[in-house]
Design a protein around this ligand. Structure first.
Ligand SMILES: [Zn+2]
Ligand SMILES: [Zn+2]
Length: 334
């Protein structure tokens, strides 16, 4: 099969022919139809993830058709359209697993990091990592929902917001353009925060009621004019920008971070205790959360805006994402 490997830490993508994998007894073999390129694929390219082994095929926004199932697989059938996201499997035995908290499994696998992912014609994944894809959504549009989509959808629906709340989405990129749609469709007074006026019309089209240009306006003050945000969902991995909006939280407001960055966010205890404010993070979700995300997207017409590339053009496609030029998610089609 044709596949894209990163062969060493910091190495280029190499398009190569390797043997098609076969599923273990608890695994599914998927014929890949689409795989989104996520910012976290840089962990593979740059070797920043602890314990990563090379060569490795990246990709954790995968949609395809079940080609073969292992002998212990009961739930999935050949020919079914399925997907795999970031959460690539769990052990069922550690303490978080015994509590049903699979996303926090101590032995959790990540697709495209712990094992080969979807930048290829075929991939295998454990059965517990598989989500069904509703027929209303095409494979290329479903792919980004398996990481970008689930991350913001699951964060929003578990954040405690209720219809009519002021919900700000900071950053209009791969995650943010989906978060605006979900928040609006959940009935929130949705505020888009960006540094570019170019995105104003798009933000409104996606469902934002308000637009704040954080370069020209004080975003925190603007949010306070709306009564203060019940939730600010930080979707762009820039800690300085995240720090700058904390003052926009209302009473019981929460800043929820879903963009993976290692830089610190700065806040004083005073800023938080007056008004019972909080800062928190949210780590995407499991396969069933992916299914919920896809079904909600089918129900509400939420779709990612995508650019499609063939596997051979992986480097070009990846650079579009990493340089923040993609509008808004790049999807590889084997
Ligand atoms: Zn991702
Ligand atoms: Zn576990």
């Amino acid at each position: 099969m044709k596949a894209v490997q990163v062969q060493k830490k910091g190495g280029d993508f190499v398009v190569t022919d390797i043997e098609k994998p076969s599923p273990q007894e608890n695994e599914i073999l998927i014929k890949v139809e689409a795989c989104g390129i996520c910012h976290s694929d840089a962990f593979v390219k740059e070797g920043a993830f602890p314990g990563i082994e090379y060569p490795r095929i990246p990709g954790h926004e995968v949609v395809g058709i079940v080609e073969e199932v292992g002998k212990n697989v009961g739930n999935w059938k050949k020919g079914q359209r399925v997907g795999v996201g970031w959460h690539g499997g769990h052990c069922f035995e550690c303490e978080p697993c015994r509590r049903g908290d699979f996303i926090n499994c101590k032995n959790a696998k990540i697709s495209g990091i712990s094992y080969d992912g979807g930048y290829a014609e075929y991939m295998t994944a454990p059965q517990e990592a598989i989500a069904a894809i509703p027929e209303e959504i095409s494979s290329t549009e479903a792919a980004p929902l398996l990481c970008a989509g689930i991350t913001v959808f699951n964060a929003l629906r578990n954040s405690g917001i209720i219809a009519g709340d002021v919900v700000a989405v900071q950053g209009i990129g791969g995650l943010g353009h989906l978060a605006i749609q979900y928040a609006a469709k959940m009935g929130m007074r949705t505020v888009a925060i960006s540094t570019s006026n170019d995105k104003k019309d798009l933000a409104k089209e996606l469902g934002a009621k308000h637009f704040i240009n954080a370069k020209e306006q004080d975003a925190a003050k603007e949010l306070q004019k709306l009564g203060g945000a019940k939730l600010i969902l930080a979707t762009a991995p820039h800690s300085k920008a995240i720090t700058s909006v904390i003052g926009g939280l209302g009473i019981d407001g929460k800043l929820l971070m879903v963009a993976a960055t290692g830089d610190p966010v700065e806040v004083s205890p005073m800023e938080l205790l007056m008004g019972r404010k909080s800062l928190a993070g949210w780590p995407s979700g499991t396969a069933i959360d992916s299914e919920d995300t896809l079904n909600f997207s089918a129900l509400t017409g939420t779709r990612p805006k995508i650019e499609e590339y063939p596997l051979d053009k992986v480097s070009e496609a990846y650079d579009r994402m990493i340089d923040n030029e993609a509008r808004f998610r790049v999807v590889l089609k084997p």
